[in-house]
Design a protein around this ligand. Structure first.
Ligand SMILES: [Zn+2]
Length: 209
């Protein structure tokens, strides 16, 4: 087969347009085929050849998008925001042409919503923690007045932390009724049971010293 045009994709696959059969390897022909009989090429204007080349490129992109969509649907999405945006913009060209591609776009859009939700929550938690830091001294004094200076659970006075009973990352407030002294040991035991939020990095405990 003599090749008149060929397109190499990022994944290394080569798509060719040549005499009588234009896309290869043959197993990839199933959904996208462009035929440009070689005996017509000699008489074609540059414009006409350009038209076929563009069509071939489009078919190659379509085939790549189909392949990408299958991968997206098969794998639990763990994509970054950057990957989601890149793939959505690539797939969009063919979303009305194939349900698998449209589905993959929906999956990526949902993933973006999750990412943005996590980011919003992360920023809110950070702001809330800095609010707490500003009031740390007054809060410590108020807790000493209410409870004495000791771990609420084991009564030690060593290595005390201020514990948010409902963690900041779950919307817990800095009101005294949501706060208590725990030593670091008791606080990390509590953390093992209640701190299940995987988005949250860093402990809820606030060192007193
Ligand atoms: Zn303790």
């Amino acid at each position: 087969m003599s090749i008149s045009f060929c397109v190499q994709l990022d994944n290394g696959k080569i798509w060719g347009a040549g005499h009588s059969l234009f896309l290869f390897p043959p197993k990839e022909v199933s959904r996208s085929v462009i035929l440009i009989p070689i005996n017509q090429i000699n008489g074609m204007t540059d414009e006409e050849i350009g038209h076929y080349v563009r069509a071939l490129l489009s078919e190659a992109r379509y085939a790549a998008c189909l392949e990408r969509s299958t991968l997206i649907k098969l794998n639990t999405p763990r994509f970054t925001e950057e990957e989601c945006n890149k793939w959505i913009s690539e797939l969009r060209e063919f979303q009305s042409r194939d349900d698998d591609i449209a589905d993959a776009i929906t999956i990526l859009q949902n993933r973006l919503k999750t990412i943005h939700g996590q980011e919003k929550k992360r920023v809110l938690t950070k702001v809330r923690r800095s609010q707490f830091e500003k009031n740390r001294e007054q809060i410590t004094l108020a807790l000493i007045e209410r409870d004495g200076y000791e771990c609420k659970q084991c009564k030690t006075q060593n290595d005390l932390t201020i514990d948010h009973i409902l963690p900041i990352s779950k919307g817990g407030s800095d009101q005294l009724e949501n706060l208590r002294f725990l030593c670091r040991t008791c606080n990390s035991k509590k953390g093992d049971k209640t701190r299940v939020d995987p988005d949250y990095s860093g402990g809820e405990e606030e060192t007193v010293k």
